[in-house]
Design a protein around this ligand. Structure first.
Ligand SMILES: Nc1ncnc2c1ncn2[C@@H]1O[C@H](COP(=O)(O)OP(=O)(O)OP(=O)(O)O)[C@@H](O)[C@H]1O
Length: 722
């Protein structure tokens, strides 16, 4: 059972909780509730304490997402001069820019067609081209045989005697064989070329994925997963089309048109060739201009498609939040809005396609009719035979296939280029946190002392989170960071891990600036148990082993034992093979935290960070796990940093740092801080008081009916509660 996050609502409602309702709560929940209300009032922050917040990752994720996306200054830089919306193909750019981008993509793709040092691919492309020329030559021969068959049949069979076979037999065989040959060559060509396109797809998709994983956290926090995956999907499909069309459509159609024009000129004079050439020019010009006009509808459809996918994925990821607030109708309406936009754009795409098809057909049919008129005239004047008339018809008609193709190819080509542009733009997103070319391997020979020197940092320049913060975490010490929610505790870890770089000051580990060492050695040295454990939609075993991919089953089990989760896993019907669900939604928050500790144990790093690592555990499991964490820290004298709201979990630290409003306000041991009677002392007393109350509450629960005390108001935060 979860309770209201709102302190005000809680104090109002809790007073009226009846005995049976209270009994239904588990005791640790009651304790957490009272503690958090006191904390809230002591800190005087408008936010409820983290302990009472719904701990669904979904809520956190969406909150951070909206936070990041709401701010236009999200630190994502894109090299191109277009807006961020371009990433998903949403903004309309000028045709000149578009052409430049198209050419860049074509050039890039040409590298995959003729890759340096890859003789296998070159051989395949060469063979495919030879087969293609063969198929086209055979194709152009078909009308010749047809003409000869018609001419040889143009006799009086009754007078001459014999059959069609004796008269036109060889021509019929040649006609059939040429047609079969052309088809075989074409299919063989497709088979030979298939691996070239597939290899290119694999390579580009792999590069994009690799780049995405290297991008900054800030990019991923502001990403729209649904739209992104859709764009990648379309982009990779576009690669295959672009490569195929570059080799099989543009080049061969040009070849076929030239051959037909040549034959017509040679056989029947320039008039025929002139009509063919004029038709080609008109056809191509019409296709290009109409397609350019239609492109904007396609872009709109793409943007709406991405939006729809984003809304759908976001709603499904946040399924629990949707249910908590009965917002199914709202989500469906949001999705429907995107679908409606897609519907409108798609209708425009289809109607404009009808216009394009009709125009192409009118141009082509007019040309065919004119040629037929010229040929019929020739037959009437005795200059041409009926076979010639048929041949002209067939030659020109045969052109309609590649031409029609060319029209749709151009259309699809534009579409593919658009989709691929999104894909290629993703590869251009800049990584802000870069490794220096001369970066060194982090050397921890001094035991892992961490020093923040005058560090100023804000996710957005106008809202600093840490302000000139300086402190030292001694090597091998147990160090704690406390302070009100949102004061920047987790930010310390993100900076140390170099998810972000500081704006001023520097962070040193054993005297080395984190910006001067390789990212790999830095991140390898730091182990983190985060607030919200990211889990893969796989088995428990896979998720634990993620700390050390090559760990043996025994190592995995040993890590689980030390994290106090082994027994629990064994009780599950499928044990270590139990699936945890998407983002670990099928296991509890406490189980997730223990899996995170198991991972950390397997990773075995020298510097440890625990960001509210035990906040979701009951007191008993928390104490047991903390004991084990202590032994892990001690066994190699590791530097460890604990971020905690519950001061009882960190009071025995070698040093405690109190942060407030981005400043270090106090530091010292527990005893020293109590002596100072400052923020820490207030928090400590408030929490102790609440624990005493919890004990009372638990005792009273055992003896009879009771009213839960209301939460204190901010003004009486330090007074004893009744
Ligand atoms: N990626 C981000 N982009 C913008 N602002 C952020 C981002 N991450 C955190 N913040 C903001 O920075 C501030 C400090 O965040 P941080 O997570 O360090 O707080 P915290 O002290 O660990 O809080 P808590 O105790 O609630 O975990 C918060 O106001 C938070 O909203």
């Amino acid at each position: 059972m979860r309770l209201s996050q709102h302190p005000g609502r809680f104090c109002h409602g809790a007073a009226h909780l009846r005995r049976e309702q209270i009994s239904a709560l588990n005791r640790s929940q009651i304790r957490v509730l009272t503690t958090s209300n006191i904390l809230w009032s002591v800190q005087k922050t408008p936010e409820p304490s983290r302990s009472t917040q719904l701990r669904t990752e979904a809520t956190t994720l969406s909150a951070k997402k909206s936070d990041a996306s709401a701010n236009p200054k999200t630190p994502v830089r894109i090299e191109s001069n277009k807006k961020k919306g371009d990433l998903l193909g949403e903004s309309i750019v000028t045709s000149k820019e578009q052409r430049k981008a198209d050419w860049a993509i074509m050039k890039e793709m040409a590298k995959y067609l003729w890759p340096k040092d890859d003789w296998g691919t070159k051989l395949r492309v060469g063979t495919a081209l030879t087969l293609l020329v063969g198929a086209k030559v055979l194709n152009v021969e078909v009308p010749f045989y047809f003409k000869n068959i018609v001419d040889s049949m143009n006799i009086d069979f009754a007078a001459v005697g014999g059959t069609a076979w004796t008269v036109a037999g060889s021509m019929l065989i040649a006609y059939g064989a040429t047609r079969i040959g052309a088809t075989l060559f074409q299919e063989l060509r497709n088979a030979v070329f298939a691996s070239v396109a597939q290899k290119a797809i694999r390579k580009v998709a792999g590069n994009v994925f690799d780049h995405l994983l290297r991008l900054d956290l800030s990019f991923h926090l502001s990403r729209q997963t649904g739209g992104l995956t859709r764009a990648i999907d379309r982009g990779t499909k576009g690669i295959s089309f672009l490569l195929t069309s570059m080799v099989f459509h543009v080049f061969p159609t040009a070849l076929e048109i030239s051959m037909v024009c040549g034959i017509l000129t040679y056989q029947y004079g320039f008039q025929f060739a002139a009509i063919t050439a004029a038709t080609m020019v008109a056809y191509t010009a019409f296709t290009i201009t109409t397609t350019a006009w239609r492109t904007k509808f396609r872009k709109q459809a793409n943007a709406a498609d991405n939006k729809g996918a984003t809304v759908a994925v976001d709603s499904l990821i946040n399924y629990e939040a949707v249910k908590y607030f009965n917002n199914e109708g709202y989500e469906v309406a949001r999705y429907d809005k995107a679908l409606k936009a897609y519907e409108d754009a798609s209708i425009k795409v289809t109607t404009s396609l009808a216009f394009l098809n009709s125009g192409q057909n009118i141009i082509f049919s007019s040309a065919l009719a004119s040629m037929m008129y010229l040929a019929a005239n020739g037959v009437a004047t005795g200059q041409l035979t009926v076979g010639d008339l048929v041949m002209v018809n067939q030659l020109v008609f045969q052109l309609s296939v590649p031409l029609n193709f060319l029209g749709s190819v151009y259309r699809e080509l534009r579409q593919s280029l658009l989709d691929m542009e999104t894909l290629f733009n993703l590869q251009k997103v800049n990584v802000n946190v870069k490794e220096k070319p001369d970066a060194k391997i982090l050397n921890l020979s001094h035991g892992g002392e961490i020093r923040f020197e005058n560090v100023t940092f804000g996710y957005h320049p106008d809202r600093p989170i840490l302000k000139n913060a300086s402190f030292t975490i001694p090597a091998g010490a147990k160090f704690a960071v406390v302070g009100p929610s949102g004061c920047g505790k987790s930010t310390i870890l993100r900076l140390l891990f170099r998810f972000y770089d500081v704006q001023e000051g520097r962070i040193l580990i054993d005297g080395q600036d984190v910006r001067d060492v390789t990212l790999e050695s830095l991140r390898k040295s730091i182990g983190v148990v985060p607030q919200d454990t990211p889990l893969f939609n796989d088995t428990i075993e896979h998720n634990i082993r993620y700390g050390k991919i090559d760990a043996s089953n025994e190592e995995v089990q040993r890590a689980a034992e030390r994290a106090h989760v082994h027994e629990l896993i064994q009780r599950l019907p499928e044990g270590y093979k139990t699936a945890v669900g998407e983002r670990g939604m099928m296991i509890s928050g406490g189980e997730k935290q223990r899996l995170a500790v198991s991972r950390l144990i397997l990773k075995d790093p020298p510097l440890l960070f625990f960001d509210e690592a035990t906040s979701a555990l009951d007191t008993y499991t928390e104490q047991a796990l903390l004991q084990n964490i202590k032994s892990i820290i001690k066994e190699k004298a590791r530097t460890s940093v604990f971020i905690a709201h519950r001061l009882r979990t960190i009071y025995d630290s070698d040093q405690i740092l109190v942060l407030k409003d981005g400043h270090v306000v106090e530091k010292g041991t527990h005893a020293e801080l109590l002596e100072q009677k400052g923020v820490y002392a207030d928090l400590w007393h408030a929490q102790e008081l609440s624990l005493a109350q919890d004990a009372d509450l638990e005792r009273n629960l055992e003896v009879g009916e009771l009213e839960v005390p209301t939460a204190p108001t901010p003004t009486d935060a330090n007074k004893p509660l009744n």
